[in-house]
Design a protein around this ligand. Structure first.
Ligand code: SAH
Ligand code: SF4
Ligand code: F3S
Length: 447
């Protein structure tokens, strides 16, 4: 969201990690608006700094400490009292350890407690003792966070907006910290989601991206709805496009698959991580599916929606991964023909079973496998994009990147750039694709 110069106090939020953190960061900003906080773009201008952190890999966690070091330096000698808060998954996982290592921190709260922010900020500010003590608020509360958050703000909305519908995870993949940082799997009630969607639509949003750690596990026993029903109901609202992320292969059912045929607003793009192509590795990861079961799901999807774009996540160098296992992962890329994929070196995480496994893979081998895999992914992304050369695509225009230059997204989530004399933000325009590379497309607007 843009900065707001009419407010009296500066709020600087930096989000790390996944889209759920981006969503949470937006909600924190909206929550502080009635308290006269407006967003600023630098730590120096801020009265409140929030680092909204990610714990998924070691690098992500270490980033927070270097960021805190930078903040300390940039505030040194300025004589301004800035409150420093750490939110997100590192806050949840490390709690008071964070403050021990970085005493500059004043507030620590997690993904399940950020709705307490105005309250704990006030109590921190009202602390009259000479040496203010950091407040740590990470105990999962029994109230519904979303119910306590204010309505979505109308101002400065993007064309496309995230909407969290599900949080937490009970799947306990052996490598992953999410079940420990985001808590148990919970689904927001349908009525709450619908109201939030209506608020977003009212402020000009044209595309809603439903979010959850396992978004397709969303369910509502009260209304007897599952995730496919939720998409159907939301598609009846005045919205142009619907997407969702991230899905788990084990929560893909027939009904959700056929939604790709029946619900026109549901875009033909699915992020469905497989993690590894080797059944042995999948078993050790506790993913509870085989590579052929995953391929069957994709084939079913392609049979109802032949043009569907598939995206995925991969981990290389999981404990015990052999060269043979790795080659099975390489093979999956071309078999599926991914439109997009993220790939990571396995990072041992505290408290996870895989972190304790023997036969951890050497860093050098992990790096080498990652680079081979990424070459394969790049090829796949280029091959996917190449198919659209000289074809027309309906683009939902998101922003003006420079004067008369616009960018938007295709149904397949490709980033598409073009020139236009008229502002067309929020519209779907027809673009003839004239140039492609692995990351984006460009073309000409058809009048
Ligand atoms: N719920 C989603 C993934 C959420 S985490 C799913 O099950 O697919 C996002 C991605 O981070 C994962 O898909 C995985 O590829 C990666 N990841 C998670 N833990 C990791 C670790 N310890 N090391 C490296 N990558 C990891
Ligand atoms: Fe993590 Fe696995 Fe849950 Fe995804 S399904 S969030 S990878 S534990
Ligand atoms: Fe990171 Fe937490 Fe998201 S660990 S990936 S910010 S759920």
């Amino acid at each position: 969201m843009n900065s707001n110069k009419n407010t009296h106090k500066g709020l600087y939020i930096k989000n790390f990690g996944c889209q759920m953190n981006v969503y949470d960061g937006d909600r924190m900003q909206e929550m502080m608006s009635p308290y006269d906080y407006g967003s600023v773009n630098s730590v120096e201008d801020a009265d409140l700094v929030i680092l909204n952190t990610c714990h998924i890999r070691e690098k992500a966690t270490e980033k927070i400490y270097s960021e805190l070091g930078r903040i300390k330096k940039s505030l040194a000698g300025k004589g301004r009292k800035t409150t420093i808060a750490v939110a997100g998954c590192v806050a949840q996982a490390e709690g008071k350890e964070l403050v021990k290592r970085a005493p500059i921190i004043d507030l620590v709260f997690g993904p399940l407690t950020y709705h307490h922010l105005p309250e704990i900020l006030k109590s921190f500010e009202n602390d009259k003792s000479k040496k203010k003590k950091a407040i740590i608020d990470i105990e999962p509360p029994d109230n519904d966070k979303f119910e306590k958050l204010p309505k979505r703000l109308k101002a400065n909305r993007n064309v496309s907006s995230f909407l969290s519908v599900q949080e937490g995870c009970d799947k306990f993949c052996t490598f992953c910290v999410v079940p420990y940082t985001r808590g148990v799997e919970t689904s927001r009630p349908y009525s709450e989601i619908k109201n939030e969607a209506l608020e977003l639509i009212d402020s000009g949003v044209k595309e809603i991206i439903l979010l959850g750690q396992n978004v397709n596990a969303w369910t509502n026993s009260y209304d007897k709805m599952d995730f496919a029903d939720l998409i159907y109901e939301l598609s009846l609202l005045d919205i142009k496009r619907i997407r969702f992320t991230t899905s788990h292969p084990n929560d893909m059912n027939e009904k959700l698959i056929t939604s790709y045929k029946d619900i026109k607003k549901l875009q033909p793009y699915l992020h469905l991580p497989i993690q590894s192509g080797s059944n042995e590795v999948l078993k050790n990861m506790n993913r509870n599916y085989s590579s052929s079961e995953y391929i069957d799901i994709i084939n079913e999807l392609k049979s109802v929606r032949p043009d569907i774009a598939i995206s995925g996540d991969f981990i290389v160098g999981f404990p015990g991964e052999t060269e043979e296992d790795f080659l099975k992962t390489q093979e999956i890329i071309s078999k599926i023909g991914y439109a997009h994929a993220y790939s990571f070196k396995y990072s041992p995480r505290p408290g996870t079973p895989a972190g304790q496994m023997e036969d951890q893979i050497e860093e050098k081998i992990k790096s080498e496998r990652l680079s081979r895999l990424q070459d394969e992914i790049k090829k796949s992304m280029y091959n996917f994009n190449k198919k659209f050369l000289n074809k027309n695509l309906p683009i939902l225009v998101e922003k003006e990147t420079s004067t008369n230059y616009f960018s938007g997204r295709s149904p397949y989530l490709q980033s598409v750039h073009f020139q236009s004399d008229n502002s067309c933000i929020g519209n779907i325009v027809e673009i003839k694709i004239t140039k492609v590379n692995e990351n984006s497309l460009s073309g000409e607007i058809l009048h």
